[in-house]
Write a protein that binds this ligand. Structure first.
Ligand code: PLP
Length: 422
């Protein structure tokens, strides 16, 4: 459920007409809804009631400071994957003791910064990383609070580009070595071993892969405890899907029921790292039709948004619902159209042969479910400025990232002296 709806024939974000925002900030832009963020966070949190759970929002889904601050205000911690995200989390008001640092290639500088901040947990993904972290912690005279990310080798049944829990994926410590590495970690002076972490992929639409991974985790905990290694925390990752088209992902309640059933009696603190499920439905990408072009065999709607602004269709063949900002009459005729961006790449195509009411040049359209991995993945390809982001709350809206000017973009680059630079 989200708070984007037609009111008197015009698409609104909560109480604000999308067209007003378009006039104020220009197109294209991202628009997020506070009420939707709040609702998704609350539903997820309430589903976990009774468990000793910490929700660490996976910031890579949408790292905007205002989005993170909104979730932090509701009690969320953060799951970060770089020093940049860690600094953002702190700047947005997330307490260090609610931050988890994940990622397959953290550098010495990043780990040192995390150790000096005293964050809740560093998820170690390999033996070399374990030893690097141990050395850095010993040098600093601290102990790193660590969970080992293991790779449970389960098939998440999701798009191959976003599955992470198979043995051929680069993530986590191989399942068959996990036990040995845990024993090794428990002996290192700079490591305070707290538990085990898994994250098997993103946009999961079935519960079985979660159950399979949690069952393997349960077995591992039993083995480790039998060896006298105390396990007090389990980090279950993120991955719960959202509906983009006609998929029906499990509800947070159903997901939590599996957690309770498989892991509820282990007496562990549980960490959750939801990203997409908190922010996906809370965002729109709004764009204007530049031209409607009749090709030899099909009609193209050329938008002012491109694959640099929303990369998911080009990267993962993902589907986003596209709706006109002016509500079409219920009986409107729909015609097939290819919705494309202006970029010089064939893959800059948002939808092929999509059945939409006939679009005209100048019309505004909105891509739904664009709050996750949208702005976060955007680039300036084709020297296109990063697009603005706007946060709505009730009848108010605020520009939370401004569109840079062309002068600002050019000022980031310099000419060497042999080309006339100073
Ligand atoms: C990306 C990621 C998440 C969040 O995944 P979603 O599918 O957005 O919930 C959580 N944990 C880790 C380690 C990740 O890499």
């Amino acid at each position: 459920m989200d708070h984007f709806h037609y009111l008197r024939g015009h698409l609104h974000a909560e109480d604000v007409p999308i067209a007003h925002i378009a006039t104020a900030v220009g197109t294209p832009f991202y628009c997020y809804s506070t009420a939707t963020l709040t609702r998704h966070y609350t539903v997820f949190r309430d589903a976990l009631a009774g468990l000793d759970a910490t929700i660490c929002y996976a910031m890579k889904a949408n790292p905007n400071l205002a989005v993170v601050a909104t979730l932090a205000g509701l009690g969320a911690g953060a799951d970060v994957v770089s020093e940049g995200e860690l600094r953002r989390a702190l700047a947005a008001g997330v307490p260090a003791d609610r931050i988890v640092f994940s990622g397959v290639g953290k550098t010495e500088e990043e780990l040192t910064f995390a150790l000096t901040c005293g964050i809740m947990q560093i998820n170690v993904e390999s033996e070399p990383e374990l030893h690097m972290l141990n050395r850095l912690a010993v040098d600093l005279g601290v102990q790193a609070s660590v969970a080992l990310r293991v790779n449970p080798d389960v098939d998440a049944g999701t798009h191959a580009k976003i599955t992470t829990g198979r043995k051929e994926n680069k993530f986590g410590i191989e399942w068959i070595r996990a036990h040995r590495v845990m024993r090794e970690a428990a002996l290192l002076p700079g490591i305070a071993l707290r538990g085990v972490a898994v994250h098997i992929g993103s946009q999961l639409t079935e519960l079985e892969p979660f159950r399979d991974a949690f069952l393997r985790l349960r077995d591992l905990v039993a083995m480790l405890r039998a060896d006298g290694i105390p396990i007090t925390r389990l980090d279950l990752g993120g991955g719960l899907g959202v509906p983009y088209e006609d998929e029906i992902p499990p509800s947070p309640e159903a997901y939590a029921a599996v957690v309770r059933e498989v892991l509820g009696d282990l007496d562990c603190k549980l960490i959750f790292e939801p990203g997409r499920v908190l922010v996906g439905n809370a965002g729109l990408l709004v764009s204007r039709v530049i031209h409607v072009k009749e090709g030899a065999t099909r009609t193209f709607a050329v938008l002012d948004a491109g694959m640099n602004d929303l990369m998911r269709p080009a990267l993962y063949d993902s589907h986003h619902a596209i709706v006109p900002v002016n509500e079409p009459p219920p009986d409107v005729e729909r015609v097939p159209v290819d919705v494309v961006g202006p970029i010089c790449e064939t893959t800059d195509t948002f939808a092929r042969q999509r059945m939409l009411p006939a679009l005209r040049a100048g019309a505004l359209v909105a891509f739904r479910t664009a709050g996750a991995y949208g702005a976060a993945m955007s680039s300036t390809y084709n020297s296109r400025p990063l697009i603005p982001e706007v946060l709505v709350r009730g009848d108010a809206f605020s520009l939370i990232r401004a569109r840079p000017t062309y002068d600002e973009m050019l000022a980031q680059e310099t000419l060497p002296d042999w080309l006339g630079g100073t």
